[in-house]
Design a protein around this ligand. Structure first.
Ligand SMILES: [Zn+2]
Ligand SMILES: [Zn+2]
Length: 907
């Protein structure tokens, strides 16, 4: 591009859309996958970088959590790509079994249809249509964010390849005896009519009741009182449990109780699980309707009596209550217990009732036949891999959480009573009851030859397919070139809320089927909360749509705001003020770049410096160390840039992306814009010499270009736009070399000298504003340097002082020189600064003003002294009020002293 004039105002909308289209069309996101690379990698001659994107729900839409997650991944990917590595960022979506099916069912309900009306096949067609209609939404939104993933490799958990992998895994685990079918207590949603996983159950506190019921001991006057929040389940009780060391009940252990409202008797058992302090210390045990009781039932070999069915209706085991809804059943059971004298009391009780995350229906724990993965043998290697550091968590504290969960893992219930998903590859022979687990539908039973085969109606938990994501997406079970080039992946970036449900499952699945872990590192981030620190939710109405933010502020601004508010593993708050601040930052960069380009109109760069594609891989500094021609400011900005680049690189290596972003921000704003550009102006304007103008242009162009490269992973669009206007080599900043920071350009002397000059300039500016000296009025200063460094700095920097502090004259003295009179003064590191007042302010008037100010202070001091010696005040006023008044007095006295010293120095 030869245009050297940027538009006056930055318009992110236009710029962002334009560049994304170009990048995608040019194939810059595409991963290199070929034999040469795989061979080189095998020999350790090539390092590749890969990430698999956590797949969002296919028909969902982007939320801020996705925006954060994908910004982090994009920064890492762009950074590695700029370092010359071959990168693969593999995108994709999840079929999200229950979420998607529920949406389509809701939609059907509007037409007055249920899924059963359509039948399985027709219903699935409708879901695929739905997917076709809404499936592109989230990937379009991800593009708006600037994600540089390889869309040509986009995958879907239900696509052919992923389905193939799922079947392969299921059959292999089944044949190994690691998948079994068994009775288990599961979370059942009576409305969605499916099992839902533990995380899909939401617990919210509810005001409820607790009922105390007396169970009589058989052949005795005694009884045991149990407390329960679900009295209707007593019909399914098969024991009462007490703590083995509970003295109140010891003598009853082993005896039988008569279960009220039934003709059954149940035993009194002892179990450590019982909390002596809770309720009466005795609990009813209902193995078929409570997960803890279920476990206790297994320990004590208790029967499981189901009294509530899948529609949450009392069944025939409930006797006369059969046919009642569970809540009506509760009312009647309580009424009968009361009438028969078994109800001892009712109390108010707050408890956390589990609800379906989709429809808010209260969950009914039920025992049913389900498919399970046996976890113990799979967990072992997954624990080892993390303990040995083959997969490392960032931040480290998540290792403990992971290990804690893995070491206490329960078998994983993988069947779901849904239609949308991977159907379980198991057929039942109707003639001989043989169970057939194979990848392809069998025609006849291998046992008896019967053709009457029925496939298991259930589908697999969505996590079953996403657990295979790191290798199923790269072509497994084939030993594909993609796997050879990019597996194990480098890092997984994800939120802390899905460590167990996803991260852990990927690790043990990979270790079972692949030669190595799925990823070397797991980078965990927190949640995006609202400005008050609350979780964003539909019910609070505090959600923020990232797409609206992008439309208003631009994707770069959103990205930078999310990144700089973020430290690994911790939650961050979404604050509009911070968004505004980041937009100001983008505008600041734009304006500085416009200034630079206006002053580079006639600048030609010789080609000895930065490279684009051809320099890929080797890191060169754009500017040769032709320090002789450089001004102090040039040397300083080069040093600061390279030091910043080194620090940024170091932080990226440690996943401190927020800190890396902050360092770039500080460099651009506080050093490049506020100081360097100002210092370079006289040179750029040709006020010194023509040669020095060329040098200034070179440093300005090179530093700005490299700064755009450094900022690129964070703000990809803005940096590409500006980079293209600057002299450059190569087609895109995306493939320009990453500035690692060259050691040869570090210049401690220049930094030390500049730091003296900046402090002196700031001190003079402060003095000027204290004295109300108008900006245009040139002042005179005397500077007394107290050491050698300061003296050299001031000598070299005289021009900067004159320009930036608006001075007519600088007089430099060395330590011990006589101090000038009639001046205001400040001391900064190694320099005493005297701003001469002669001709700058009317000293007579200034003294009068100070005298007046002193008078006011005298009044205040007197008033406070009087107050603070008043016994009445001292005895009545609260301690903190007295302390406040004392502080005030101290403050006024100090101010008065300062004024008097100033007056004295002038007279
Ligand atoms: Zn539900
Ligand atoms: Zn058969």
């Amino acid at each position: 591009m030869d245009e050297r004039n940027l538009p006056t105002v930055y318009d992110p909308q236009k710029v962002e859309e334009k560049w994304y289209q170009i990048w995608e069309k040019e194939g810059y996101f595409k991963a290199r996958v070929d034999q040469e690379l795989s061979q080189k990698r095998a020999k350790g001659e090539a390092k590749t970088f890969s990430i698999v994107m956590p797949p969002p729900n296919v028909t969902g839409s982007l939320h801020l959590g996705h925006a954060l997650d994908n910004t982090l991944q994009d920064i890492l990917t762009r950074w590695h790509r700029m370092q010359g590595e071959d990168t693969l960022w593999l995108p994709g979506t999840d079929h999200a079994g229950i979420a998607t099916q529920a949406k389509v069912e809701e939609h059907l309900a509007k037409e007055g249809l249920s899924k059963e009306d359509l039948g399985r096949e027709k219903f699935l067609e409708r879901v695929w249509d739905w997917k076709k209609q809404y499936g592109g939404r989230i990937t379009t939104q991800l593009r708006k964010l600037g994600t540089s993933c390889d869309w040509s490799r986009e995958r879907f958990t239900l696509d052919e390849g992923c389905s193939e992998a799922v079947k392969e895994v299921f059959v292999r685990l089944y044949e190994k005896g690691l998948i079994y079918r068994g009775n288990y207590i599961i979370n059942w949603c009576p409305k969605c009519q499916t099992t839902i996983s533990d995380i899909e159950v939401e617990h919210e506190p509810h005001a409820g009741k607790i009922w105390y019921i007396r169970y009589p001991v058989v052949d005795s006057e005694e009884g045991i009182i149990v407390a329960t929040t679900r009295p209707e389940t007593m019909l399914g009780d098969t024991a009462v449990a007490v703590h083995p060391e509970d003295e109140r009940y010891c003598h009853l252990i082993g005896k039988q109780l008569r279960l009220p409202l039934t003709d059954r008797t149940i035993p009194i058992i002892a179990d450590d699980y019982v909390d002596k302090e809770f309720g009466t210390g005795a609990v009813k045990v209902t193995p078929a309707h409570d997960p803890n009781d279920f476990a206790m039932g297994l320990r004590h070999n208790l029967a499981q009596i189901t009294v509530i069915d899948r529609h949450a209706v009392m069944n025939k085991e409930a006797g006369k209550y059969a046919g009642l809804d569970r809540y009506e059943g509760r009312r009647q059971v309580v009424a009968d217990l009361e009438e028969l004298g078994f109800l001892v009391k009712v109390a108010e009780h707050e408890n956390a009732v589990g609800q379906c995350y989709r429809c808010d229906t209260v969950i009914e724990p039920l025992v049913s036949k389900q498919w399970f993965v046996k976890m113990q043998p799979l967990a072992e290697p997954a624990i080892q891999a993390v303990k040995e550091g083959r997969t490392r968590f960032v931040p480290e504290r998540f290792t403990k959480i992971y290990l804690g969960w893995m070491e206490n893992i329960r078998d994983w219930c993988i069947s779901r009573q849904l239609w949308w998903g991977h159907r379980i590859p198991v057929w039942y022979c109707q003639d001989c009851a043989k169970v057939i687990c194979v990848k392809e539908e069998p025609r006849v039973c291998p046992e008896c030859g019967s053709a009457k085969l029925v496939q298991d109606p259930d589908v697999l938990d969505t996590w079953f397919s996403s657990a295979l994501w790191p290798f199923s997406t790269m072509g497994w079970p084939e030993d594909s070139e993609a796997l050879q080039c990019y597996y194990p992946t480098s890092v997984l970036v994800t939120g802390r809320d899905i460590i167990f449900f996803w991260v852990a499952r990927m690790i043990f699945s990979a270790l079972e089927f692949m030669p190595d872990v799925p990823f070397r590192e797991v980078f965990i981030h927190g949640l995006v909360l609202d400005g008050q620190g609350r979780k964003m939710s539909k019910s609070l109405g505090n959600g923020i749509d990232p797409i609206e933010v992008i439309e208003q502020y631009g994707a770069d601004t959103l990205r930078f705001m999310l990144i700089t508010g973020n430290t690994p593993g911790n939650d961050l708050r979404f604050q509009t003020e911070r968004l505004e601040a980041m937009r100001n930052f983008a505008n600041k960069i734009w304006n500085a770049s416009r200034f630079a380009l206006m002053n580079l109109a006639d600048y030609q760069e010789d080609n000895s410096c930065t490279g684009g594609n051809e320099a890929k891989g080797k890191v060169t500094s754009s500017i040769d160390a032709e320090k002789a021609e450089y001004t102090l400011a040039d040397r300083w900005i080069r040093s600061r840039f390279n030091r910043t680049a080194r620090e940024v690189t170091r932080n990226l290596e440690r996943y401190e992306l927020g800190e890396a972003g902050r360092l770039i921000y500080e460099f651009i704003w506080n050093e490049f814009c506020d100081w360097y550009i100002e210092m370079a102006k006289p040179y750029l304007y040709g006020k010194v010499t023509e040669a020095s103008r060329k040098t200034a242009q070179k440093v300005l162009a090179g530093t700005l270009r490299e700064t755009m490269q450094l900022l690129h992973p964070f703000m990809p669009f803005l940096t590409e736009e500006i980079w293209q206007y600057l002299p450059h080599q190569g087609d895109t900043v995306m493939l320009a070399p990453w500035p690692q920071g060259s050691e040869s350009e570090l210049d401690e002397q220049a930094e030390a000298e500049m730091s003296v000059l900046m402090e002196v300039i700031k001190a003079i500016r402060n003095l000027r504003s204290e004295m109300n000296v108008p900006l245009g009025k040139k002042a005179q200063v005397v500077l007394i340097a107290q050491n050698e460094v300061a003296l050299t700095a001031l000598q070299k920097g005289e021009d900067y002082l004159l320009n930036l502090a608006s001075l007519a004259q600088v007089e430099l003295l060395s330590g011990g020189a006589e101090k000038p009179e009639q001046a205001v003064t400040a001391v900064v590191s190694g320099v005493e600064v005297y701003l001469l007042l002669q001709g700058l302010v009317d000293i007579e008037k200034e003294i009068a003003r100070l005298e007046k100010e002193k008078g006011v202070l005298d009044q205040e001091i007197m008033r406070l002294e009087k107050k603070l010696s008043n016994q009445g005040f001292l005895s009545k006023a609260p301690q903190e009020i007295i302390a406040k008044e004392e502080d005030k007095l101290r403050d006024y006295r100090a101010k008065k002293d300062a004024i008097m010293a100033r007056i004295a120095s002038w007279s």
